[in-house]
Design a protein around this ligand. Sequence first.
Ligand code: COA
Ligand code: AMP
Length: 631
Amino acid sequence: MPDAYTQACERSLTDPEGFWAEAASGVDWIEPWERVLDDSNAPLYRWFAGGQLNSCYNCLDRHVERGRAEQPALIYESVMAEGSRTCSYAELRDLTARFAGALARAGVAKGDRVIIYMPMVPETVVAMLACARLGAVHSVVFGGFAAAELATRIDDAKPRAIVSASCGLEPGRVVAYKPLLDAAIDMAAHKPSACIILQRAELAAELGPDDIDWNEAIAAAQPHECVPVAATDPLYILYTSGTTGQPKGIVRDNGGHAVALNWSMQAIYGIEAGDVYWAASDVGWVVGHSYIVYAPLLKGATTLLFEGKPVGTPDAGTFWRIVERHRVKVMFTAPTALRAIRRDDPEGRSIAAHDTSSLEALFLAGERSDPETLKWAGAQLGIPVIDHWWQTETGWAITANPLGLGLFPIRPGSANKPVPGWDVRVLDDDGKPAAADRIGAIACKLPLPPGTLPTLWNADRRFREAYLSRFPGYYTTGDAGYIDAEGYVHVLTRTDDVINVAGHRLSTGAIEEVLASHPDIAECAVTGIGDAIKGQVPLGFLCRKSGHDRPETDIVPEVVALVRERIGPVAAFKQAVVVERLPKTRSGKILRGTLRAMADGREYPTPATIDDPAILDEIAEVLREHGFPVP
Ligand code: COA
Ligand code: AMP
């Protein structure tokens, strides 16, 4: 008799409609679906076509109606602002209904977009769920992005309203959001009709004539009921880095999303209603959308919203103190957070000093988990530490080790095995399946399970080109790796210019676009180099225009400031070197992989396609002068 995991995998692939129809019983529907899987427009698929529901109702109201009114829905823990706050399901439902009323008064209706540019406070969750309640489409923009990035998103999503706050809190500084928001609206061609601003105690924003104070908006509003939406209607747009500076608007639907996320809580994370679950991420990223907000609330669990960093303020024990205080059952973070904790507390004293006995597993994602850190955390905590792989596009895990279905042995270095619903393959350049252990492009056979992106916002063609055309019949993940003989998936690197900096996804192409706009720069290349804590950080190679011979010591601080101003501090762009020429192939392609190997101190064979091998020696010299360990 196969185990529960194997059975679920088999059934999900041989009878996906039966499998997901069963999972859909965990969601409350206003109208049942007509078709579980609508393949009439393949390779674009839709789940639960014809069905109607409301995602906010499923996250809040139904739990209040069924006896969880007093149960904590959300615990807010901040090491940046004063204290901790707990909101019951009834309180969160009431606040959300009122804020939905406030949005409606500001003119927001079903189908309208609302941009949310907020720090990690409970009101951000309220704003997201209020949009869902109205059938409006939220688009959360991470606070570490600069005004220009926000402006790009405003022009793409064309929001009716923007919800923001007076400030975010980063260690040692208060980030004033309002000036960034005002600058973004100035830059954007599209103008929202209203902005609702939450005033935080740490900084008061000056409100303009079109701005509405959050508290006043709530005070003036009536609670709004849940608006029925089609399962296939968009719930949110989340922008992520693509291969150019133009971010991709990942669309998430209502029905498939609710079904998959609700199912994942028990199957993958072993969470039942009433359990405390903590995803230490940011609501600006997909992990925050799925596992701070939607999935735990769909399940009727208690979610924890954490504002701060795992180290520094106050110390490396922050995570474990919170686990102890709230008896967290399962936690989720990025490997970079563990590396930072391990750097400050290699002996794990801060772990031993707290009662972490409630914790049953720690899940990691956002970047590859290095085996050393994973083993260290497992040894210190004495629980399974599980790497699992997913993307903004997929919305939930492609591979994992499913706590709820039954764990199989953990293999550090791998991202574990495909989750039920996912048919993961490694393909060679011709689209043929690669043999076990052979590296190739990782692709997933279509149709993807529910909850994954049905398309890009207003860009079906870009969706097809970016994800569906390289290997017909498959979704191209953009990741490369291999599957070993036991079926473990090893995700090694991106096949495009995406890099992961402290678990944050960035495009080197977007950074290059900014560098190239500097008046002294003729051409440039950016590559991600290894970093002990952040996993990767960007490094710029700059070629000056002829006749522009200002020294590197002048130019580099200027380009660093330019990237911070245009993309934001989250890019963590701090290093660049000036070189005379860039290494290229004979067809003119910059050899970024070779640049990366050199800066990382790895052997770098001279590529057969290189135009002028002497350039590599010049660059090696420059890098050595800057202290890089070029072999
Ligand atoms: N608003 C404004 N600025 C922000 C910001 C926000 N929401 N988030 C980050 N920044 C700024 C930081 O202040 C920092 O600025 P600085 O260059 O002036 O120091 C910069 O962006 C880089 O931030 P970050 O990458 O977070 O680096 P850090 O050194 O402050 O912290 C870690 C490093 C590892 C502790 C931190 O990145 C971390 O906890 N990561 C967890 C990863 C995570 O949540 N990933 C999500 C996917 S699971
Ligand atoms: P994001 O869309 O920000 O979630 O980033 C997705 C990308 O992060 C993936 O395409 C991978 O490159 C990388 N990634 C996420 N999780 C993992 C993991 N567990 N192992 C390896 N890479 C990962």
